[in-house]
Each structure stands twice: as structure tokens, then as C-alpha cells.
Design a protein around this ligand. Sequence first.
Ligand SMILES: C[S@@+](CC[C@H](N)C(=O)[O-])C[C@H]1O[C@@H](n2cnc3c(N)ncnc32)[C@H](O)[C@@H]1O
Length: 227
Amino acid sequence: MSGAHVTDTAIAWDTYSRQRPERRPVNAFGEETWFNWTQYADHGPGVELLEVQPGARVLDLGCGKGGNAAHLATLGVIAVGVDVSPCQLAAAQERWGWVPGLEFHQTEAVAFLREDQQGFDAVYSVYGAAWFTDPALLLPAIREQLRPGGRLVFSQRPPVPGCYGCQASYIPRGADEDPLVVKRWDYEPDAWEQLLKEYGFTDVDATVLAAPPGNRTVGTFVVRARA
Ligand SMILES: C[S@@+](CC[C@H](N)C(=O)[O-])C[C@H]1O[C@@H](n2cnc3c(N)ncnc32)[C@H](O)[C@@H]1O
């Protein structure tokens, strides 16, 4: 059979990683580390969404090049980043490996959650594994590891109206090459609320944060829940 097929995830995300620029050395406020939930620079809320204090153990699912986890570690949080892509993690390790309280694991999100038995005070994902993993597998695994009262927060692009459930996400390659394909899961806010409640989460809030002023109109979908 010809046509597009779902690609091995590590291969697909390594390809993505090679195309992505490094995070800037400093942001618009002159900070060397920062947290960004959105696809826009210097925009949106910060770590306060996680409701954690220094000493908390926090998990980043699909941490990519590690900038958000590194910022948390500079605040005294024990930040654990997991990512399936060796390229992403090599970049994370090279730039942030020196930061105390920060650890990276090259592994798949659900596999990690099932193996690690220490628990987390918060779990988050920024356009990460929470978007690219079947929620029927991921949500119960997170619920098991999230300590009582702990926050689950994830951000992703809002769903395209009418396109719900498992969708194909394309990772472009060269002009003469077919794109690679990974799966992602898109739902409307009501559906996320229902799913999260089904898996034992409470205090669910799913809202779209508006894009910054300018030409871009697509906002950021931010979903928050509590164990
Ligand atoms: C769009 S990137 C976002 C990376 C990072 N969170 C950021 O904000 O720059 C998605 C990341 O999720 C990772 N990823 C996707 N599915 C995953 C899974 N099932 N387990 C672990 N990592 C995953 C990819 O390797 C990739 O680094």
C-alpha cells in the first residue's frame, strides 16, 4: 500500500528536533530562563498555573529541548523532563544539564509514568506528550502518579472545528520528501472536561488563551485539572 503511514515516534520527533531553533539566550524581559505555555514568544501565564513551591517534584511530559523544566529547576523545584526523542534530549542536556535539581529521561511518557513510583506534585505538558498520546492511556497513568491536590496542566493548539479525536499531525521534511506522520488527540473543552472527570480528576478548566495582538489569530488551548 502506498501513501502516508504513522512514523516511529522517536524518528519523527528527531526530525522535528533538527528543524527547531534553540530557545533564545534571553527573553524580552532579559531573563535567561522562563516558562512559556504558548506558541508565541513572551506571551501568556507562567509557572503559577502549576501551584508548586520549592522542593516540589514536577514532571514535564514531552519536555523537548528542556527550557521550561530548566526554569522550574532554577526556582528550586525538582524538575523531571521526559521525551521520546534522543535529539531533543541531547539538546536539553547540552544546554541545561548543569542546572541543579533537573533530570532528563529519554523514554515514552506512559512507560515512564508506569515505571516511576515516586509520585509528582504537578505534571505538565507544553505542546508535548499530552497532545500526542491517547488520553485513554495517558490520563490514568498520570492520575496514578499525581499526589492528592496536585495539578495537571497542558497546552496545545485549539482543535480545528469538526476535527475531533485522533488526528494525523504532519512533520515536514525537504521539498522532495514526504512529511512524517504522528498521531495527536484533539477535543473541544467540554469533551476534555468529561474525559478528565472520567479518569478521576477534579477542578477541571479548559480554556483558549487569545493570541497576542497582531496578525496571528490562533490562540492556545490550556487545560487544567487537579488530582
Ligand atoms: C511539539 S514538541 C514540544 C516540545 C516542548 N514541550 C516545547 O514546548 O518546546 C513535542 C515533544 O513531545 C515529545 N513527545 C511526543 N510524544 C511523546 C511521548 N509519547 N512520550 C514522550 N515524549 C513525547 C516529542 O519528542 C517532542 O519533543
